[in-house]
Ligand binder design. Sequence first.
Ligand SMILES: [Zn+2]
Ligand SMILES: [Zn+2]
Length: 275
Amino acid sequence: MIEITLLGTGSPLPDPHRAGPATLVRAGGKTFLVDAGRGVVMRAAAAGSGADQLTAVLLTHLHSDHLTDLGDLVTTRWITTFTPSPLLVVGPPGTRVVADGVLQSLSADIGYRTAHHVDLDGPPPLHVREVGPGVVWDDGDVIIRAGATDHRPVEPTLAFRIEYAGASVVIAGDTVPCEPLDLLCAGADALVITALRRDLLEPIPLPRLQDILDYHSSVEDAATTAARAGVSALVLTHYVPALVPGTEDEWRAIAAQHFSGRVELGDDLHRIEIG
Ligand SMILES: [Zn+2]
Ligand SMILES: [Zn+2]
């Protein structure tokens, strides 16, 4: 069984009820965090996972809304573990520069804490692995494959397919439909993907809002991707505009025009089990 928890279902637009993009995947006793948006440490705590319990953090891309609380994760992991416990961060090329920048931004804090706590004898241990498409994790139990997505002009961007005990979930992040994503999703039990409502956004005459339409999947796009790939469950997240409680059925109805499987969406901490 794989357990998927939508830690943050928001977007860059601040929302008092939705944290930034982040999804927690538990499989085989391991805990993988995909993206680390606004409020991720609080939401992970609410889901019962401390920063100290994460097996790895996987970044789909380096847009700020997907990694803005990486610094909180790094610090919280560091000060709540009592034996060296490096945080593994897996992401596309460029991730190392981001991680170095996070550590740099924390340099004063690291100085204060290492001077004050004798058992903290160095900066937060961080292991960064920059990856491209292919197998990025294989412990004989859980296998994670990365695949390219299309979020241009943001490049490179990745989706992750996590497999355990015959179950599989793809966390796609921000992308428009593309062949590598279809291949990565083929036959998966679930696809977790960013979705925006084209019908609600198109009438708003704000150029900066219109810009986002061409590099994200609409609900229709997400549903057709799921249908083409033969996915069992479509899980929508990163709602733009924010999903208004009570309108879930509108989103489901749009998806259902293109996809006959199960459609999941909801608030932060929405949990799905597969396999
Ligand atoms: Zn993005
Ligand atoms: Zn995003």
